[in-house]
Design a protein around this ligand. Structure first.
Ligand SMILES: [Zn+2]
Length: 397
């Protein structure tokens, strides 16, 4: 149910999002509600995590995460009914994302949220467009389950024509209240410059290496990587355990070693096959493919990245792109490894130096452009690659 709320699309067709952060001035009653919702979000997160750990320890596997509705029925938890249900739905969604991220090796083990030592915030969202539970009217913000709207200090203009999709309320340690608003707009095609128009017949794409998937492209797509190694890895680990219980040098031991080697070979074969298909599709479909010139040796040296980076096969993939590009008349452009592809805003060019590696979402502090980090990086790689390409063309001419 939570997912339905959160993915409900306000616009049909391609959309883009803008985020704005404003200080707000809740009155005493409103402040009390906001504190309650933040507390409820923290409480639910901690309960979900505790229950998840318990089921893991007792059964060796995790039960499906319970819904907020199920928690509301528990005796002693009736008070959750008075909370913003969308705030609770967001907690469930984020919790599921956190454990999936953990199992995919992308994020650390989820942590308990302690009062004041974690971010005091909660997120709510638009559930119904016809009868909106969340909207901004002038400088007044209406939030679900809070009777009167909260006054915001709008220090900058909001682009008109958007739909307020979600709001994150944060109580800063200095006592101030902030409201991050995400609006959704129909996507506007940016008119091309004359120089680009001359080359408008060029079909180009940018790729940003991404984990655990192979890449995100400049259209925001990700190939459906079959993750063969990951699936087979579980099997390999099991067979490896069996091997450790066998007498070294025995016939069974030798047979088991061969079985394991075959599994490794199968994983490798599946991965290579996938990389061939992807590189073939790209080099036959595009005239220009822009990628980052990554130092794979350095990436492998950093331990945490190492296994996934080699598993993910990016190095092998780029070698395939290189030789297949030669076969099919495609050009591969490598952007400098010092080019700040993930820190540059592709809408206004602002370099967001404070962006951390853990920030999966890019929100430009300058213009509010909000995009998934890897998608934005791929767009920047494409733009930079095109720039280098056109520069080469004009120098050659
Ligand atoms: Zn920007």
């Amino acid at each position: 149910m939570a997912r339905d709320f959160l993915t409900q699309r306000g616009n049909t067709g391609p959309t883009e999002q803008r985020a704005y952060r404003f200080e707000g001035r809740p009155d005493a009653d409103q402040e009390q509600k906001l504190r309650q919702f933040i507390g409820a979000a923290r409480f639910l997160w901690n309960r979900m995590l505790a229950d998840w750990i318990t089921s893991f320890e007792e059964k060796g596997k995790s039960d499906p995460v319970k819904t907020p509705a199920a928690y509301k029925k528990e005796s002693g938890l009736e008070w959750l009914n008075d909370m913003d249900s969308l705030c609770l739905a967001n907690v469930q969604l984020r919790f599921i994302q956190a454990i999936n991220g953990f199992f995919d090796g992308e994020t650390n083990y989820p942590k308990f949220k302690k009062k004041h030592s974690c971010k005091d915030s909660y997120t709510t969202n638009l559930a119904n467009r016809e009868n909106p539970n969340l909207f901004l009217d002038g400088c007044l913000l209406k939030l679900p389950k809070i009777k009167n709207p909260i006054k915001l200090r709008l220090h900058r203009k909001i682009r008109p024509g958007g739909i307020l999709k979600n709001c994150t309320v944060t109580h800063e340690p200095n006592g101030k209240w902030y409201f991050s608003l995400v609006f959704e707009y129909p996507k506007i095609e940016v008119p091309k410059t004359a120089k680009e128009k001359d080359h408008s017949e060029i079909k180009a794409i940018g790729l940003d290496m991404s984990l655990p998937e192979l890449y995100v492209d400049s259209d925001g797509n990700t190939p459906s990587y079959p993750k063969p190694y990951r699936k087979i890895a579980i099997k390999i680990a099991r067979e490896q355990r069996r091997l450790s219980q066998m007498e070294p040098g025995s016939n069974n031991y030798k047979k088991q070693k061969i079985r394991i080697a075959k599994l490794h070979a199968k994983a490798k074969h599946q991965r290579t096959d996938f990389l061939h298909k992807q590189s073939h599709a790209l080099t036959t479909q595009y005239d220009l493919i822009c990628i980052e010139d990554l130092d794979m040796a350095a990436i492998k040296r950093s331990l945490s990245f190492g296994k996934s980076a080699s598993d993910n096969g990016w190095g092998m993939f780029t070698r395939m792109l290189d030789y297949k590009a030669d076969w099919y008349g495609c050009t591969i452009i490598r952007t400098s490894r010092w080019f700040p592809s993930s820190k540059t805003c592709c809408a206004c060019g602002h370099v967001h130096k404070e962006l951390k590696l853990s920030d999966r979402q890019f929100v430009c502090p300058q213009c509010g452009n909000a995009m998934a980090r890897d998608h934005q990086a791929a767009v920047n790689i494409l733009n930079e690659g095109m720039r280098l390409y056109l520069k080469n063309c004009s120098e050659a001419a």
